[in-house]
Design a protein around this ligand. Sequence first.
Ligand SMILES: NC(=O)c1ccc[n+]([C@@H]2O[C@H](COP(=O)([O-])OP(=O)(O)OC[C@H]3O[C@@H](n4cnc5c(N)ncnc54)[C@H](O)[C@@H]3O)[C@@H](O)[C@H]2O)c1
Length: 296
Amino acid sequence: MKTILITGAAGDVGTHLRRELAGKYRIRASDLRSLKKISSEAFMRADISRMADALRITRGVDAIVHLGGYSVEGPWEGILSANIVGCYNVFEAARRNGVKRIVFPTSNHAVGFYPRTQTIDHRVYIKPDSRYGVSKVFGEALGSLYADKYGMQVFCMRIGNVNALPIDKRRLSILLTPRDLAQLVTIGIEHPDIRFEIVYGVSGNKRSWYDNSNAARLGYRPEDDSEEFAAEVLAREKPGDPVAEMHQGGVFCAVEGVPNPAPLPRRAPKAKPAASAATGKSRTPPMRARSRRRRS
Ligand SMILES: NC(=O)c1ccc[n+]([C@@H]2O[C@H](COP(=O)([O-])OP(=O)(O)OC[C@H]3O[C@@H](n4cnc5c(N)ncnc54)[C@H](O)[C@@H]3O)[C@@H](O)[C@H]2O)c1
């Protein structure tokens, strides 16, 4: 069984993913914050903006799913430390520790200034809609460099919105359900021919803005489609900011900040050695009856 490191494991995507992948991989969960262990995973507390921490958590794993970071638009200092310095540290630590495979969650906000009327594929020019979006483009660029220069295998998922249900009109186009997320991440970990790839992290949504043929080429067959919730979602939709309405990135195109769902402690707690244990596998059921989120 492969050992995978999931950074940012306490966050929303990490929590969904750990639940979905429990039993399939030996999971080393890492975060700045503590977390509730889902199954027999190990936990290593770490601040990825410190190279020593990044080196410690990436040692001896087969692949890394690098979710840790600042996940919305906000003050540059937070984005710089987690998404630029932290992202660099994780890639560089992986290289030094001989870990070849990295799955990186980039974002729809790397291309958020494309209009909703346009269908885009993985080859379009970047159009970030925020400092956050720029930081995701940095991660994509870093992945490309580390693939070309050091032979690493980097799978970038431009994620839409990870959630069980679409929460508004925009998310009807970009929903990624937990089980489709898990399928895509598994391709990112297992596919034998990955050098550097960009795919869209979305379910098989009828209203998608993306030509996701690159993901299909690699075997992705999403099981979910937001369309079954469209009537309900559209019935409660209120008119929004015109700039947000026009662009794929929505409100990120129009605002300076979105509340941070994972505010960081002022000073990172001291790193503790890895621990294991905890039992009770729980897989997320498809589509219904789970939390709603208001971001991404
Ligand atoms: N949620 C989505 O729908 C979505 C969409 C597109 C991209 N993404 C990306 O996926 C990743 C996970 O998103 P999320 O929604 O779970 O975010 P989240 O904010 O819920 O979780 C991020 C986690 O990273 C941790 N973290 C932040 N700075 C850190 C540091 N310096 N060292 C160690 N850990 C640190 C936080 O403590 C938090 O638990 C992010 O990179 C985000 O940009 C998410």
